[in-house]
Design a protein around this ligand. Structure first.
Ligand SMILES: Nc1ncnc2c1ncn2[C@@H]1O[C@H](COP(=O)(O)OP(=O)(O)O)[C@@H](O)[C@H]1O
Ligand SMILES: [Mg+2]
Length: 332
């Protein structure tokens, strides 16, 4: 089979992200040498764990074996060149990762997984990224972590800020779900980062085709019907679905048909499972998951929603309480 070279990438700013002037040789059990044009080894890495996999690639955790990278940890996303639309899809992922990097988004980069560089061999493209040490949010949901009233809004606010930034830069994520949200710091002071821009794209684009979109419980209804005609509103739907999952521990609808039934007005939204949640959180979810994209709240409205400001309000109350007490102790 014909293997694709990535020469087209070298005529863009992606060139600056390529790992030196390297060619790569894999030797032995998961050890990779990056060598310069004279054949001198500049970095050596060993695979230590597979973090993810699909039919077109893997995600690896690797540890540095020498020099400046000794004992450093990186994540390598390996994308097979024989996947459908390889050039198109990898260019999009790389474009998103470079757009949300510290270099180009110094104020917002903490909300996104950081690209380190890329390299290729005959069969694959490799994107190397920072290792986000606590893995993804799905893991916390699976082990039944509770996200109490103050912690869920904190996580949601960070995801919403990241989405808003993406939207202002003309991107739609389109695959927001807990497994694509990485945890940099655990609760109560959660810090999360958006990852996996495999199908992220510019708003005007009509790619990918229906076949390429992976079905997910977080997918907005308009993506099911006509994947070509969607807007940033699909990310707001997915945000609502993620919040539902944080609060309840399971996705909102078990079957696609149930979700479509809700959108057609035949079924109720399963608010009963949200029983113990606050009215504000339920209001947030229902506004984010409006079946009609034009009626769905915008990401800006989501960011301004009162539920996300419960924490600030609570800290203001606490602050006042402390002041009131210190006033009592030290009357002026
Ligand atoms: N930078 C990272 N740090 C830690 N874990 C990661 C990182 N990138 C990916 N992962 C883990 O690997 C999984 C798959 O990566 P992802 O980029 O979502 O690829 P895929 O396209 O296979 O879904 C994630 O769900 C997460 O658990
Ligand atoms: Mg993923």
């Amino acid at each position: 089979m014909d293997r694709l070279g990535l020469d087209p990438f070298l005529n863009t700013h992606f060139r600056d992200w390529k790992l030196g002037h390297t060619s790569v040789a894999s030797v032995g059990a998961g050890v990779r040498y990056h060598v310069n044009s004279d054949g001198g080894v500049i970095q050596t890495w060993r695979r230590v764990e597979r973090l993810g996999s699909d039919s077109f690639g893997h995600v690896w955790k690797e540890r540095g074996l020498d020099g400046r990278t000794l004992n450093h940890v990186r994540v390598v996303k390996q994308l097979r060149k024989d996947r459908p639309n390889f050039i198109q899809s990898s260019r999009r992922e790389l474009y998103a990762l470079t757009t949300f990097s510290k270099r180009t988004a110094p104020e917002h980069h903490k909300l996104f997984v950081q690209l380190l560089n890329w390299y290729e061999d005959r069969e694959c493209l490799f994107l190397t990224m920072e290792y986000v040490r606590h893995g993804d949010l799905q893991r916390y949901i699976e082990i039944g972590t509770k996200f109490p009233d103050r912690q869920a809004p904190l996580i949601t606010g960070q995801i919403a800020s990241a989405l808003q930034y993406m939207h202002t830069k003309g991107f739609v994520h389109r695959d927001l779900r807990p497994s694509n949200i990485l945890v940099a710091a655990e609760g109560p002071a959660w810090s999360v980062k958006l990852a996996d821009f495999g199908i992220a794209t510019n708003v005007e684009d009509t790619w990918p085709s229906k076949d390429y979109i992976r079905t997910s419980g977080y997918m907005a209804p308009e993506m099911v019907d006509s994947p070509q005609y969607y807007t940033t509103a699909v990310d707001v739907w997915a945000l609502g679905a993620v919040v539902f999952c944080l609060l309840v521990g399971i996705p909102h609808f078990h079957k696609l048909d149930d979700m479509l039934g809700y959108c057609a007005g035949i079924r109720q939204f399963p608010t009963s499972v949200l029983g113990a949640s606050t009215e504000l959180s339920i209001d947030f979810i229902l506004n984010a998951m409006d079946p009609v994209p034009d009626k769905r709240m915008s990401i800006q409205k989501a960011l301004n929603h009162k539920w996300l400001h419960v924490i600030e309000d609570a800290s203001v109350v606490e602050h006042r309480y402390v002041r009131a007490h210190s006033d009592l102790a030290h009357p002026v």
